[in-house]
Structures are given as structure tokens and as C-alpha cells.
Design a protein around this ligand. Structure first.
Ligand SMILES: [Zn+2]
Ligand SMILES: [Zn+2]
Length: 261
């Protein structure tokens, strides 16, 4: 047998093995999915009814933020004519004189449904909800927010939260949104110290976050950035991210979140 004939046989044998391995892997995944579905049936993240990740009734009840009614400055759901959220008094409680973003966009009012989706995703192991969350955020990235060289960055989880959850949910969501929007996803901010903000008021949150976020040393910060967070409660986290990124050279910042309280 000539050496090249032996090589051809080895290659075709390799291809046959690859095909067998791929088929075996696909069957194993299918069996795994069927077993998981039998043991832990898919349930609606909001009402817990078996069947879908988000049932049609709950999906219909989610409150989308209408850009025609929202405040053009801070994205508050009904602030188009008169906004009570971004006046001087309110901004001062966040330690700012003006909004540190060119635009702020939110997919949903963060009522019970939106909060349940985020909780099921990040704290109850229902990672498949990344698709539901990303699908509602991607349409908000329009040409007015995204220029040549624009990228998405995110507010990272604290290291404690990453250990507890086993992943950084902000990174995973931002990267999925970036993938679907055809943008780069950049990890620019360092994980903050662990701070549970859930029980804190507006001013306390702002004071906690004021110096909690920093750009990683040497990270290349583009001039145009979209900053993603899952839920915007008072804006203190997004504002702190904007301050850190602006100090590192970002000139045009756009906030993007799945829900806005
Ligand atoms: Zn439901
Ligand atoms: Zn406003």
C-alpha cells in the first residue's frame, strides 16, 4: 500500500469516528433533555404553570415600555410630557446634575412578571430564559444608539454572587444581546464588592455604588458603549458604571436594561 493511500484510509476512518461521536452526542443530549423534562418539567417563570418557560397569558401581561410615551432623557415609562424621575432634585439624590447617558432604554416595566423572569433566570437556575430576556432587549439597539465601533458592556456580578450562582448573569445576558445585535461584548468593569442593595433607598443605593465600580486596568474602552444591566431600580448602578466608563474615556454612553422599576 502506498503511504498516501494509508493516509486517505486514516482520514476516512477519522471522519467515520467523528460522525459516530456526533450522533452519539446528539442522542445523549436528547436523552438528557427528555429525562430532565420528565424529572423537572418546564414551568412558566411567572405563574409556575407546566408547559412553557413563559406561558402566553403571562407573556401578554408583561408591560412593554412604549418609546412614544417614555421620557426621552431617562427612559421613565410615562415621562414624555413631564418626567418626575430626571428633574434636578431626583438627580441630586443620585449625586448627579445630569443624566450620564446619551439615552436610556428599557424593555419592560419591572413589575411582578419582569422581576419573576429575572429571578428565575439568575437565582433559580432557569438559564434558558436568557433567550426571552435578550429577545426583548435587542430591538432597543437602534442606529441612534449604536455607531461604528460601538460595543456592549455590562455591570458584572460581585464575586460572591458569581460563586453563589455559578455564573455572571450580567455577562451572559449582555453577550447574548451583543451576539444577536452583531456587536462585541466587552468585560470592562471589575466585579464590585458584594453589596445587597435590595432593601436600600435611593440615596443609600447611590452612596453605596458611587465608588463601587472601576474599569479594569488597561481595558480598552471604546468611545461608544451600550451599558447593560438586568433591572434598573433607581439608576444608581448604571450611573456608577457610566461614571467609571466616562472617566476611562467613553464619550457616548447608552443605558440598556430588561426592566425599569
Ligand atoms: Zn405564566
Ligand atoms: Zn426623565
Amino acid at each position: 500500500m502506498l503511504p498516501h493511500q494509508a493516509r486517505i484510509r486514516v482520514q476516512s476512518y477519522d471522519r467515520t469516528m467523528d460522525a459516530h461521536q456526533n450522533r452519539f452526542k446528539a442522542i445523549a443530549e436528547l436523552v438528557g433533555d427528555v429525562m430532565a423534562e420528565t424529572l423537572w418539567p418546564t414551568r412558566c417563570a411567572v405563574c409556575d404553570m407546566p408547559g412553557q418557560l413563559l406561558c402566553e397569558a403571562c407573556a401578554r401581561r408583561l408591560t412593554a415600555i412604549d418609546a412614544c410615551l417614555a421620557c426621552p432623557t431617562c427612559g421613565a415609562p410615562f415621562g414624555r410630557i413631564q418626567c418626575t424621575e430626571c428633574n434636578t432634585l431626583m438627580l441630586r439624590t443620585l449625586g448627579h446634575d445630569r443624566i450620564p447617558f446619551d439615552t436610556m432604554s428599557f424593555a419592560l416595566v419591572a413589575d411582578h412578571g419582569a422581576q419573576r423572569i429575572v429571578k428565575a433566570y439568575k437565582d433559580q437556575g432557569e438559564r434558558r430564559l436568557v433567550t426571552q430576556i435578550a429577545q426583548r432587549c435587542v430591538p432597543l439597539i437602534g442606529p441612534d444608539r449604536c455607531r461604528e465601533g460601538c460595543a456592549i458592556t455590562f455591570v458584572p456580578d460581585s464575586l460572591d454572587a458569581q460563586r453563589r450562582r455559578g455564573f455572571d448573569h450580567g455577562r451572559e445576558l449582555a453577550c447574548r444581546i451583543a451576539d444577536e445585535a452583531g456587536l462585541d461584548c466587552l468585560g470592562l468593569l471589575m466585579p464590585p464588592q458584594s453589596v445587597d442593595q435590595r432593601e436600600l433607598g435611593r440615596r443609600q443605593r447611590s452612596e453605596n455604588m458611587a465608588h463601587a465600580l472601576h474599569v479594569a486596568p488597561g481595558a480598552p474602552v471604546p468611545t461608544h458603549l451600550i451599558v447593560f444591566d438586568d433591572i434598573c431600580t433607581t439608576g444608581s448602578t448604571l450611573f456608577a458604571a457610566a461614571d467609571a466608563l466616562a472617566a476611562a474615556g467613553a464619550l457616548h454612553l447608552h443605558a440598556l436594561a430588561f426592566g425599569r422599576v
